[in-house]
Design a protein. Structure first.
Length: 131
């Protein structure tokens, strides 16, 4: 389930929340005109929670099928490092679970605290227990 869990982690809470594009030609997206040369902020995290694409988008579901998130971009802008990132994630999670099979959140009731960045998302700390 680790590969599916990684895909759901990428969809549910992607490390890159948004990206920037500058269209070379005037473009219409969802009925809104984006003039050529203007800055367009693409909210990848919002796209990954689109209820038209993902049934129950607010639910973390490792069995989600299909899971066609856009956390690594799309088309000519697709991240070349995506396979490496997925492999690194799988190796890290598998190694951690093998070494610490009883790994848990130290206090599941605590609210997760994130670093203050609009573009890159990450926890400021994650307290774990091996009880």
């Amino acid at each position: 389930m680790i590969p599916k869990a990684i895909e759901e982690m990428l969809r549910y809470d992607p490390p890159v929340q948004m990206t920037l594009r500058i269209p070379t030609a005037t473009t219409i997206v969802g009925g809104t005109e984006i003039p050529a040369g203007s800055l367009a902020f693409i909210l990848l995290a919002a796209a990954n929670r689109d209820p038209a694409q993902f049934p129950r988008p607010e639910v973390f579901d490792v069995a989600r099928e299909p899971n066609e998130h856009v956390s690594f971009g799309e088309g000519i802008h697709f991240c070349l490092g995506a396979p490496l990132a997925r492999l690194e994630g799988a190796i890290a999670i598998e190694s951690m679970l093998e070494k610490f099979p009883r790994l848990r959140l130290a206090n599941p009731e605590n609210k997760l605290e994130y670093r203050g960045s609009m573009a890159l998302r990450g926890l400021s700390a994650l307290q774990l227990s091996i009880r």
